[in-house]
Design a binder for this molecule. Structure first.
Ligand SMILES: [Zn+2]
Length: 211
């Protein structure tokens, strides 16, 4: 199944700082990225954005070729035009392991807005990790329930509207990661022995307590 997900610009950014997720889970997953050669894309910066998910045990690396990569990062240079609702699509993530970044929409003047590119990339990596549903900024009784009893809602890099000041994993994102769709996640279970972490299997990253 091919499914496209979008993230959109926030039209009136008025944000206050949201704390990062400060715990650090043991390395348990790997994901490799291939970054298309493009003057506006720096592979090391894309890698740094992926590494925001290291707090959830994700080990990121750069692949030598698109054929062997789990995810291919592509630059789209088409014109940047707002949709009917006034929002601007910044990127797409595809189930088959492709992320398209709309470079003209990420520019501030002649240069790409590095903070916005970082935030958008962290968001799209979250999608391909299996968080295909956006996290709603507002909370209600229908908000997804984490096994810990906490509702998965609030300010997060996985909100549908991009926030250039929120390019990191928040506590809400960490909960959403636990609830990700494992069947369509492009994360691989990490071969711990390859990283010298010992052969013991990693602990489960989410303990279910359903009644
Ligand atoms: Zn999105």
């Amino acid at each position: 199944m091919k499914r496209r997900l979008v993230c959109l610009t926030i039209l009136a950014a008025a944000s206050c700082a949201v704390p990062r997720y400060t715990e650090r889970d043991a390395p348990a997953f790997s994901i490799s990225l291939w970054v298309e050669r493009n003057p506006d894309l720096d592979a090391q910066e894309i890698l740094q954005a992926c590494r925001e998910w290291s707090v959830k045990g994700v080990v990121c690396s750069l692949a030598q070729s698109p054929e062997v990569a789990d995810v291919r990062i592509m630059a789209q240079d088409s014109r940047c035009t707002p949709g009917k609702d006034g929002n601007i699509t910044l990127a797409y993530a595809y189930h088959e392991g492709r992320i398209e970044l709309f470079i003209p929409c990420l520019r501030d003047g002649n240069k790409v807005d590095k903070e916005l590119l970082h935030a958008v990339t962290v968001h799209e990596i979250g999608h391909v990790a299996g968080i295909w549903e956006h996290v709603t900024p507002g909370c209600g009784p229908k908000s997804p329930l984490h096994p810990s009893g906490q509702h998965v809602c609030g300010r997060a890099v996985m909100n549908p509207l991009a926030d250039r000041d929120l390019g990191y994993v928040t506590k809400t994102d960490a909960l959403a990661f636990d609830l990700r769709e494992r069947g369509t996640s492009l994360l691989r279970q990490l071969r711990r022995d390859a990283l010298g972490l010992g052969a013991n299997p990693p602990p489960p990253d989410c303990t279910l307590l359903r009644k």
